[in-house]
Design a protein around this ligand. Structure first.
Ligand code: X5A
Ligand code: ZN
Length: 659
């Protein structure tokens, strides 16, 4: 035995450290998109977790188990034969084309030669950890697996999930290992998406209490529809044993989740008294997750987990589901494993209050379930509910420092988030499964999230709803396809209108977003005779980068940032910067328009050389199509800049006057 271990046992009583199992296997890295095209559910997710647990020294204090492939007869407890045959055989197909065709029949699914093995290992590894915890050989465990599982249904893979790993392990213990005495299992699904597959598998089963907290937005957030609604409480003997907490908005954080723990999950867990807890542990509600748009910190996860450790004699099995910000993912898992070992949360703090909408959701859930769980029938004291953050409001343009209530809290919230992500900011180099060193999640996005700029818009973005698509994702009327939105989905901190002495005109003959017709451009040079109405949004430089990317129809996985702090410095003297990385985009020229409240005003348009090409007829100058022009008119009218008639005349002039 090394001397390290002896020193260790002298300083800390080994009795105090719990036996925590870990499973990881590189073969689960081999599941990938066919051409290794970028996908958020990629090998680096489990890789960075494994690396982080080692570099922090935590893995060395865990019991590392070998991964195992699940047996078909155990998978068959929750999946149909046709589904098992599909997953078993998909990787032995000779051609990618065949696989791609099959994948395209499903919702958000890809396959390659490594998929079958990874799916069997993911399911089998959760079984392995669960069995060891049930036997008492381990206190708890974490299966670091992929592909994830909770969207997978009886007969179909879905949402990056092939086999429902957690459901398989749950059924395995209840049906195949009755002698281990696990008769009641609480499944806590804290992935930001609803666990639709798991819900269906135990819909009528009172031995399994399925609890899921997820973004829902009245059915518009993935996987969508009513399945994730709080009215879905189970059926027959399972009635009351299915609990959904559906968020009405994004941006939920520690305070929101902990309010749900304190006022729904924990009281119910006390009554249900589970023999084991299995956590569908997605970390896509974590701060900075590109899909989730929520703000749970590693500290928040460790408190949520610690509260659950008071049940089932601490028998907790965690299985990885989603989580797509590599830094946040690794740090959150680390915090959870530390909490499992020490039975206490990691150090940290969060000061925010729950949203008003959170109390609203909590009250709906409690009411819906109060006849099954009497403790939920009690009224939450007014005093508790009065601690809340109003939904973030947007202050008016003329508020010079005198912010409205909502905005102050929003800024404080942002500061709290900054404090929390501070430790996550160091650039980290990891090795991927092929042994190549890759730079993972550099610090640019958190750096740029600290800098505010005014993004000045002159085209369809003057319409706030259209601009929202670039921040929140989604699509408005007249658009041919939805936007992915920004990583940081928070609303602009301020909004104002201003006019600028530049020429507005319309050119090109069609766009992917709007179809046929010209789109708006701003002449990059100023001209005192001209006047363009511009809608200014105070957003972070990180968000500006995300807008720049979407305006130039580029994919997320390119080298970023496109426009960094150095660019911001340069542009004040140079007045414009053509962004090399999106050269093909029509709006790759970032133009500096001065300052407002000492914050730089930036817009994006064509270059001077494009102007020459428009003038020479090399590129067409063209009027906007109806839907596009309407969007502009609507923006000006809603923004109270012009009457409808004036707005129509303004657009008309810009589209007919020669350049
Ligand atoms: C496991 C998980 C998300 C699927 C999103 C599909 N799936 N758009 O997080
Ligand atoms: Zn998810």
């Amino acid at each position: 035995m090394g001397s390290n271990c002896e020193t260790e046992s002298m300083v800390s009583n080994p009795q105090e450290r719990r036996r925590v199992g870990l499973i990881y296997d590189e073969r689960m890295c081999k599941h990938s998109t066919p051409d290794d095209e970028y996908h958020p559910e990629n090998l680096n997710r489990i890789k960075v977790i494994w690396d982080k647990l080692h570099s922090s020294g935590i893995a060395q204090r865990c019991v590392v188990l070998d991964a195992k492939e699940a047996e078909d007869k155990h998978i068959a407890l929750v999946h149909r034969k046709n589904h098992i045959d599909l997953i078993k055989n998909i990787s032995s197909k000779k051609f990618d084309s065949k696989r791609n065709k099959i994948a395209s029949k499903f919702n958000s699914i890809y396959f390659n030669g490594g998929s079958s093995e990874a799916a069997y290992l993911a399911a089998g590894s959760v079984i392995e950890v669960a069995e060891k915890v049930a036997k008492g050989e381990l206190d708890s465990g974490f299966a670091i697996v992929r592909p994830p599982g909770h969207h997978a249904e009886e007969s179909e893979p879905m949402g990056f999930c092939l086999y429902n790993n957690v459901a398989i392990a749950t059924s395995f213990l209840l049906n195949e290992r009755p002698e281990l005495g696990i008769k009641k299992i609480l499944i806590v699904d804290w992935d930001v998406h609803h666990g639709n597959g798991t819900q269906k598998m135990f819909w009528k089963d009172p031995r399994v209490l399925f609890f899921s907290v997820h973004r829902h937005e009245f059915g518009s957030f993935y996987p969508g529809g009513d399945d994730g609604s709080y009215t879905m409480i189970g059926e027959g003997p399972g009635t009351g044993y299915n609990i959904n907490v559906p968020w009405e908005n994004g941006r939920c954080g520690d305070a929101d989740y902990l309010a749900v723990w304190d006022h729904v999950l924990i009281p119910v867990a006390k009554e249900f008294d589970p023999d084991m807890i299995i956590i569908s542990a997605g970390f896509d509600a974590a701060i900075g997750d590109p899909l989730g748009g929520c703000r749970v910190s590693p500290y928040g996860y460790s408190i949520m987990l610690n509260k659950l450790m008071g049940f089932a004699g601490g028998k907790i099995v965690m299985a990885l589901e989603g989580g797509y910000n590599l830094d946040s993912l690794a740090n959150s898992v680390l915090a959870c494993v530390q909490a499992l070992q020490q039975h206490k949360p990691v150090a940290g703090s969060s000061e925010a209050y729950p949203f008003e909408s959170t109390w609203h959701v909590i009250q709906s859930v409690r009411k819906q379930l109060s006849s099954y769980w009497p403790t939920l029938g009690d009224k939450i004291p007014e005093k508790v509910i009065s601690w809340k953050t109003p939904q973030i409001e947007i202050s008016s343009s003329d508020s010079d420092g005198e912010h409205e209530n909502g905005l102050i809290v929003a800024e404080e919230l942002d500061k709290a988030v900054e404090d929390i992500i501070e430790p996550l900011k160091n650039l980290q180099v990891h090795e991927d499964c092929q042994g190549q060193a890759t730079v993972v999640s550099p610090s640019w996005s958190s750096e740029l999230s600290k800098i505010d700029i005014w993004y000045a818009t002159f085209g369809s973005n003057i319409n706030k709803s259209r601009f929202d698509c670039y921040i929140e994702g989604g699509q408005m009327e007249g658009m041919q396809k939805p936007c992915v939105g920004s990583v940081d989905k928070s609303q602009p901190k301020e909004i104002m209108w201003k006019t600028f002495p530049h020429r507005l005109f319309f050119a090109r003959d069609r766009s992917d977003t709007w179809g046929p017709g010209g789109v708006a451009f701003l002449h990059p040079e100023s001209n005192i005779q001209e006047k363009t109405y511009m809608h200014l949004y105070k957003i972070t430089l990180e968000q500006f980068n995300d807008v720049l990317l979407q305006e130039n129809a580029s994919s997320r996985d390119m080298i970023r940032p496109l426009f960094d702090l150095t660019s911001l410095q340069t542009i004040e003297t140079e007045k414009c910067i053509s962004v090399e990385l999106v050269q093909k985009g029509w709006y790759h020229n970032v133009v500096y328009l001065g300052k407002e409240n000492n914050i730089p005003i930036l817009t994006m348009t064509c270059t001077l050389s494009d102007i020459d090409d428009f003038k020479s007829g090399k590129f067409p100058v063209n009027s906007p199509a109806k839907a596009y022009a309407n969007t502009l008119v609507e923006g000006l009218v809603q923004g109270k800049q012009l009457s409808k008639a004036e707005a129509i005349a303004y657009i008309e002039e810009a589209s007919t006057k020669p350049l």
